[in-house]
Design a protein around this ligand. Structure first.
Ligand code: ZN
Length: 492
């Protein structure tokens, strides 16, 4: 029997037992970055949250198709369909092609995510690569009567939609609240109502990114791409849609409305939202001087930082809070995370080297901790509880290491598997000292070669043992025989 997994659904506002649409398979869509600037702290939390979800689902035995998009067109400076396209603006300021901006910051984002231990998604579609699908979707919404054309642009008819459906269902609003919170139209507007949103925008002459469409030479509205690309890669109905809480309104609300308007179903079974990171209690913002990029964080070069924090420290710090709680960023909290990570990773290393005592009594703690950890992770990704149970496992490891505890071979194998499964596979914490894991592999290979040479020597096969030594030397690896065995170093 697979373990029950509970996930909080923003739409129903309840924790629900997760049931995928297709047995054994999960479709998951997450809104990725708009690539017009350096990856920052605000990217780290969704990156890591949905990475944990992805890893956990795979651990639970699901085959997961994880789609995370790249927004490279259509995201305007403000949510009221006004201002310049964020990518185009950056291109203008830096005198670059928009796609140069996209390439630069996509590569930087990938590198930052890789360092944070975030696995790449299964598919990473770009908005600019799906203009045809987006135009077709606009046409379907027009055909269904939920949109209107105005001066070459197409707008979603929110009022009409709200007569039959609930616009605001996801973010828990109703149209009256939204009405009072949007500015009034000034008569120059193409929109019928301030709360209508753009599906297609006619490009102004100075606008550099535009495509032909039945309505005008223009570009898609920002919300459209996620409806079009999630449907293309995951189908009309799929399991999970994730993103930051800041995207819930208007982005996801509009996406949901577009789905219902075009295909008669919201399409998403579980809407998941991660909460935001604050810095010393304040929202992060460029104007507040507390906008920290991930590079600055990893190198300690922002004035607010007392030191550099490694990517795994940042990952561990984020895992110490539940993804639906706010998380406050401070030097103190990060330094505490650094210590906690060090303790956890030391135990992760030590557990592999422990020796078991045949016939030692069963250590009931091992099974209890294993159950508590998996229970926590399957309870809406409760990573802080999972970590605190793992620290009980750290105590066991240290006790066995100090020989104040003994463990039988079966329990030790179980404890080792727990560390491998949870720390490495699900939480994705790697030993940074070991340079991203590659040196583990090299260590293993070298040990194998050294063992073969030892056997050759024992059999007095001097020709083979010399050949191994000489060929390693030619490859730049020096073997040194000591009284404790054989050591290897890279030749200088
Ligand atoms: Zn999106």
């Amino acid at each position: 029997m697979p373990r029950n997994f509970y996930l909080y659904n923003t739409l129903t506002r309840t924790k629900e037992l997760f049931k995928p649409i297709h047995e054994g398979r999960v479709g998951m869509y997450v809104c990725g970055p708009t690539v017009y600037g350096n990856a920052h702290l605000g990217h780290a939390r969704p990156g890591i949250t949905y990475d944990i979800l992805f890893r956990l689902l795979r651990y639970l035995g699901y085959k997961v198709r994880y789609v995370r998009n790249i927004t490279d067109v259509g995201h305007l400076e403000n949510d009221a369909d006004e201002g310049e396209d964020k990518i185009a603006k950056k291109a203008r300021l830096e005198e670059l092609e928009p796609m140069e901006v996209v390439q630069t910051y996509t590569l930087k984002y990938h590198e930052a995510m890789r360092r944070l231990g975030v696995l790449p998604p299964s598919i990473e579609p770009r908005a600019s690569g799906h203009i045809i699908e987006q135009i077709a979707l606009v046409q379907r919404i027009l055909d269904a009567g939920y949109a209107y054309i105005s001066n070459g642009s197409v707008y979603f008819d929110t009022g009409k939609y709200n007569e039959e459906h609930h616009y605001g269902a996801l973010s828990g609003r109703n149209l009256d609240d939204i009405k009072t919170n949007t500015r009034t139209l000034d008569g120059q507007d193409e929109k019928r109502n301030s709360y209508d949103f753009a599906l297609w925008k006619k490009a102004a002459p100075e606008h550099i990114m535009h495509w032909p469409s039945p309505w005008s030479e223009g570009f898609p509205g920002w919300h459209l791409e996620c409806s079009a690309m999630s449907e293309k890669y995951l189908g009309e109905e799929f399991d999970i849609h994730g993103g930051g809480m800041d995207l819930m309104f208007p982005h996801h609300e509009c996406e949901l409305a577009q789905n219902v308007a075009s295909r008669g179903t919201g399409g998403v079974h579980y809407w998941v939202h991660n909460n935001m990171i604050t810095i010393n209690g304040q929202k992060m913002g460029k104007s507040l001087g507390n906008f920290i990029t991930l590079d600055e964080l990893f190198t300690g070069t922002h004035p607010l930082l007392e030191q550099a924090y490694s990517p795994m420290t940042v990952r561990f710090f984020i895992l110490q809070a539940h993804y639906r709680s706010t998380l406050d960023f401070s030097n103190e909290a990060l330094q505490a995370a650094e210590k906690g990570l060090k303790r956890m990773m030391q135990a992760r290393k030590d557990v592999e080297k422990l020796s078991a005592t045949a016939g030692a009594p069963t250590l009931a703690e091992v099974a209890r901790i294993e159950e508590a950890v998996l229970e926590a992770l399957c309870d809406d990704l409760n990573t802080p509880n999972a970590l605190s149970s793992m620290f009980e496992a750290v105590k066991l490891v240290n006790g066995i290491k100090d020989k104040t505890l003994s463990i039988n071979p079966e329990d030790l194998a179980r404890l080792q598997k727990l560390f491998r499964d949870v720390v490495t596979e699900i939480l994705g914490l790697t030993d940074e000292q070991a340079e991203g894991g590659a040196s583990h592999v090299i260590d293993g290979l070298m040990q194998m070669i050294i063992d073969i040479r030892k056997e050759a020597k024992a059999e007095k096969n001097w020709a083979l043992s010399d050949k191994i030594r000489d060929e390693l030397k030619a490859a730049g690896i020096q073997l040194k025989d000591t009284k404790d065995g054989c050591e290897w170093t890279l030749a200088e």
